[in-house]
Design a protein around this ligand. Structure first.
Ligand SMILES: Cc1ncc(COP(=O)(O)O)c(C=O)c1O
Length: 441
């Protein structure tokens, strides 16, 4: 093992040996290399005559650049967008995102977190989390309705065994009984469980209520206290898009952080959907844990996790886009930023409210049932009479309408890209298409 990894592992062991045990084989071996990067950093401070260390080109003291490139990057200097960002992410952006986390999640008050490490958006954050914690054969607990990419990232690429519970109970809420039974079943069989929680949810658009969130926290805390290592990952991709009063308005990460010595809370989030910048690819990976030995030992343990995470970033994409990080940092500092976000969130909420209003019409009653939704981008229908894939194809062919078919009977509708005034027409078209297929049968 590289001596730098040994050092980081020792810092984790000192503050909380359980967290060290949660790491995968790769995670245990990960470190942030000092080589060229450290020598460059040293040279940046001391090489006042010539700095011939870094792998970029310069001219008259500024990064070499083409006018045709900088011409489209109005208001930016070459040094704040063309050069490499650190593998950890821009320090100012990491601090700004961390401060924002504490504002958005009041339950974090008085708790410690790492500094967020910047990833190439949340998909890459999931890959990095997988490298850090998932060995082949490890169990990842997920609901039966889920974002399919989890299977690819954690199942296929990391060799995890995905174990699923049914997301909803028959009263239209989160199925706490099924969740608890699954967590207990896997805890009885495994030294470590990885639980991936995603609210607002893809595909259903469901966010748990506050009592459900507290119950989930309690269930995970109890199994951790009974001896199981719990890696509790919150995928908060759609954070902030809460469309009614039933949703908890903060991340489960805030409740789970510090809940038990044997529970590591991992937060994956990003500007992608929170800031309507899907293609910029800026995400964050943040840790919350209970560390012993005082503030200095905790700081070293968080830094050890950050250095391993940045090592995984270095070994995959090297670093996330400097340009995108600078755009986000400047946007977050804009005095209009909060109001602009609130305005867009209100538009999304109005669409969700309209979807609920339209679907309350009994005219749709025998065609489908509506899965619970209160947040995010999506909602799902369970078709009563026709197969989902047949309906999807018929909608495309006859009506020019695109929806997603999931499994045998579920349809996902992204109201995020429907104007409020088009909502009724969309569902009426869906109903007409259902009737066409029923008549054919
Ligand atoms: C639940 C969930 N997590 C993560 C992502 C990916 O986010 P990003 O574009 O930041 O990689 C998505 C996007 O569809 C998603 O639905």
């Amino acid at each position: 093992m590289n001596p730098l990894a040994v050092e980081l592992n020792a810092d984790l062991e000192k503050a909380n040996p359980a967290v060290l045990s949660m790491l995968s084989e790769v995670g245990k071996n990960l470190f942030f290399p000092k080589g060229i990067l450290a020598q460059s950093a040293e040279a940046k401070q001391k090489a006042h005559r010539f700095n011939a260390t870094i792998g970029i080109a310069t001219e008259k003291g500024v990064p070499m650049h083409l006018k045709s490139v900088m011409g489209v990057l109005c208001g930016m200097e070459p040094g704040e967008c063309l050069t490499y960002a650190p593998s950890f992410g821009l320090p100012a952006l990491r601090s700004a995102w961390k401060s924002a986390l504490f504002v958005k999640n009041p339950s974090l008050a008085g708790k410690e977190t790492s500094l967020p490490v910047v990833t190439q958006a949340i998909t890459h954050g999931l890959c990095v989390m997988g490298e850090m914690f998932v060995d082949p054969g490890d169990v990842v607990i997920l609901p039966d309705q889920l974002w399919g990419n989890y299977n690819l990232i954690l199942g296929l690429r990391r060799g995890a065994r995905v174990s699923q519970y049914s997301l909803f109970d028959d009263k239209g809420g989160f199925n706490l009984a099924a969740f608890e039974a699954k967590v207990r079943e896997e805890a009885a069989k495994n030294k470590k469980i990885i639980v991936l929680l995603n609210f607002p949810q893809n595909p259903t658009g469901y966010t748990v209520t506050e009592p459900e969130a507290r119950a989930i926290t309690e269930i995970l805390t109890r199994v951790a206290e009974a001896g199981t290592l719990v890696v509790a990952v919150s995928d908060d991709a759609y954070f902030g898009l809460f469309h009614d009063e039933s949703c908890i308005k903060e991340s489960l990460f805030a409740l789970l952080n510090g809940a038990s010595e044997r529970l590591l809370a991992v937060k994956l989030d990003g500007a992608t959907k929170e800031d309507f910048v899907w293609g910029l690819r800026v995400g964050f990976l943040t840790y919350g844990a209970r560390f012993a030995g005082g503030a200095a030992a905790a700081a070293k343990a968080f830094e050890a996790l950050e250095r391993k995470t940045a090592g995984a970033v270095r070994g995959t994409i090297s670093n996330a886009s400097h340009l995108s990080q600078t755009v986000m940092l400047k946007a977050m500092k804009s005095p209009e930023y909060a109001a602009e976000k609130a305005e867009k969130n209100a538009i999304m909420k109005a669409r969700a409210v309209e979807v609920k209003r339209v679907l309350a019409d009994p005219v749709y009653k025998d065609a489908w049932t509506v899965y619970p939704f209160n947040s995010g981008y999506f909602m799902c229908l369970k078709l009563s009479t026709v197969p989902a894939e047949e309906l999807r194809l018929h909608l495309l062919d006859k009506y020019g309408v695109g929806v997603i078919a999931l499994g045998k009977s579920d349809i996902r509708v992204a109201f995020s890209c429907l104007e409020k005034d088009d909502v009724k027409e969309l569902f009426d078209t869906l109903l007409a298409a259902v009737r066409d297929l029923e008549a054919r049968a």
